[in-house]
Write a protein that binds this ligand. Sequence first.
Ligand code: NAI
Length: 354
Amino acid sequence: MRPDARIEPVPSLEFLAAADCERILVVRDRRADALAAIAVHDTSAGPAHGGIRRWRYPDLATGMADVVALARAMTWKCALAGLPAGGGKAVIFDRDGLDRRAAYRLVAGEVERLGGRFFTGPDVGTTAEDLREVAAVTQFVASPDPAGAGDLALATARGVLAAMRALARHLGCELAGLRVAVQGLGAVGAPLARLLHAAGARLVVADLDAARAAASAADCGAEVVPAERITAVPCDVFAPCALGGVIDEDLARRLPARAVCGAANNVFSGDAAARVLAARGVVAVPDFVANAGALIAGATFHRTGLPAPPERIDGIADTVAAVLARAAAAGRPPGEVALEIAQERLAEARRNPR
Ligand code: NAI
């Protein structure tokens, strides 16, 4: 199984074996009829980190494929972020009438039984209130209290800014004066736009929510375009901070940007789109390198009880510089090269487990 394997409903036990996880648990609260799965992929470098996703999967196989793929992706992300941590993930199988409290407590009980091997937190579908339920059962969860690890979305924005700084250097320029198109002005996109503005970048922004776009125009002097136009705006850097899968092969052929660097996970619809963009000479900073700020902040807080020092998050720039240099020398997409670097680091951790 490739390290960047995408989510596909593969129902076989062979698939689960090939997923190469240390543990895969399927747990059920029979009374509440709640079902969840936990995958701990690799703890060679340190405890597995990964959030809890609550999602309506069409069937058990799809959910199992998802939890495994997400746990593996967390291992590569931790390795690239240089964290003494590995990858894990939990999924709750959502359905009409699900007893949400029971479902989160079910996961929490298993997390507690894993005794620190897996440290969990938020993901799609999980709110601060859900995390409070989890925290009532186990200590191995990111505090829903922002006073703990700090503002995680801001940490992500700061990491993307660091990534963009390294990208600008790779392109032979500085952030100041670069024209950056930010798609999505939510928890990450809005502070990112402010940080870019402070660094002297020129901004063009879009959000489906007109009020968010207007706020960014007021804060950062950004030019606002309709959401459907943002990928057609000529710019130096396209910064996707809304949804994943934005760049398909068609957009990859025509995106009028020199580079892509943003927070959105899985920004390409598939490997082919990444290759088309790379073939045009457009430099794409891998999302899982650029958006690691929240992970760094959360994992650091878990380990030390303190917020991550800003320079720790700024270190994302060094990884980006290394990835882009190797990708340019080899003439390969940066995403492929980043996975290769992650695997080298993981192999090293496996040779010398902590
Ligand atoms: P959010 O939900 O706070 O903000 C997303 C924004 O994008 C919203 O304002 C929404 O209206 C806008 N949007 C949605 N579709 C759009 C479209 N087609 N065109 C323009 N705007 C659109 O999400 P958040 O937390 O800011 O995350 C953004 C991305 O970054 C997501 O893909 C997320 O998975 C990823 N990410 C977030 C992290 C975090 O710390 N919050 C960490 C790592 C990745």
